[in-house]
Design a binder for this molecule. Structure first.
Ligand code: FE2
Ligand code: FE2
Length: 367
């Protein structure tokens, strides 16, 4: 059993519509970028691979997959208490992150239509997939009588600006970690069907293939950054030292965020028979290994302090949540929060300084 915070009761915006969870550093972000710079991306170095992926996206293998079959048509009132709250929280987080992908891809598709029709087409298909994913999750939330108003979310969330190369790194990572998150839950459910308390998990096998394809598309874009002959037209070369520092940073932030959110929602994973620590470690190790195919470096997850420090970040985050929930005056809360915040920064810094693994030599041989 891992310590976690009890999930708060969902607040309603209006009947049946949930107030979106407050935006923090840990909630899924909405992104915007320099669309003109993306339109000017020189993809000639990797055009064949990009065309092959667009072909696959066009084939739309999952067009008949996202159907709410008969097993959804029943009452879900028997899911109660912490399990219900934690499940709603899981659905909301997943739905928001899928919807964030939809908004970004849709806008990229629209803005690139004239100057980069191939990329525009790819983004259109990926927006289609993410809309299906977000819609399916939102309908699952509606089964629990608290859906999200996605229009409200579109208008009221903060959009974070990322330059194109950061978008490519972070979306690549979020697609690949999404793949591992879904496939590992699906594999667990196949081995232990007694935990399948809601039919959504059955859908994850084909669903995660969408995420895998999206990730492969971003990997192909990354390779364009690395192999372009006309470096001046690219936002930045990926193999220079700054790019490598950013990749380490994004790998680390994705893994810290994942650890914190898994441990915060430990009750959900326990409810579906998944050991939160084992799940978190496996998702991170697999995502890190997969990234070796795309990045010139990955993190050393075998370092003896690696997972311990990640969990220290989570422990301190739980302390922060406890302080936030207390009835102390704001000023006292502020003072009490300083040590755990400093501890998280310290552990992240120590993690960042662990020597990464150079993947140039193993490219193409590691999954
Ligand atoms: Fe998705
Ligand atoms: Fe995706």
């Amino acid at each position: 059993m891992v310590d976690s915070v009890a999930t708060p009761e969902p607040q309603l915006l209006k009947p049946g519509i949930k107030v979106p969870v407050a935006e923090t550093l840990l909630t899924p972000r909405f992104y915007t970028t320099d669309f003109d710079a993306v339109a000017k991306l020189d993809i000639s170095a990797n055009e064949t691979e990009i065309r092959a992926i667009v072909e696959e996206l066009r084939a739309d293998y999952n067009r008949h997959h996202f159907v709410r079959d008969d097993e959804f048509k029943q009452s879900w009132d028997h899911i109660t208490g912490e399990k219900r709250r934690a499940f709603i929280d899981f659905l909301e987080r997943s739905c928001t992150s899928e919807f964030s992908g939809f908004l970004l891809f849709k806008e990229l598709s629209r803005r690139l239509k004239k100057n980069n029709p191939l990329l525009s087409e790819a983004f259109e298909y990926m927006a289609r997939d993410e809309a299906r994913h977000a819609g399916f999750l939102n309908k699952s939330m509606a089964d629990l009588k608290v859906s999200l108003d996605l229009n409200f979310l579109t208008k009221n969330r903060t959009y974070t600006f990322f330059p194109p190369e950061w978008v490519i790194y972070t979306v690549y990572l979020s697609e690949k970690i999404g793949y591992w998150r879904y496939i590992l839950i699906n594999q667990h459910m196949q081995e232990h069907p007694e935990y399948q308390f809601y039919p959504l998990f059955r859908k994850f096998e084909s669903w995660c293939q969408d995420e895998n394809r999206h990730g492969d598309f971003f990997k192909a874009l990354l390779q364009c950054l690395s192999t372009s002959r006309s470096a001046s037209t690219q936002p930045k070369l990926w193999k220079n030292w700054q790019a490598k520092l950013w990749m380490r940073f994004f790998l680390l932030t994705v893994f810290v965020t994942h650890t914190i959110t898994v441990f915060e929602r430990a009750s959900f994973y326990e409810a579906i028979g998944i050991h939160p620590r084992k799940y978190n470690n496996r998702v991170i190790q697999e995502t890190n290994n997969t990234s070796a195919r795309a990045f010139p470096l990955i993190l050393n997850t075998n370092h003896p302090e690696f997972f311990w420090r990640l969990e220290q970040c989570s422990e301190n985050n739980l302390k922060l949540a406890g302080i936030q929930k207390s009835n102390l005056p704001r000023f006292v809360k502020f003072l009490q929060k300083i040590p755990p915040i400093l501890a998280i920064i310290w552990h992240m810094l120590q993690l960042y300084l662990i020597k990464p693994i150079d993947t140039e030599a193993t490219r193409g041989t590691v999954l």
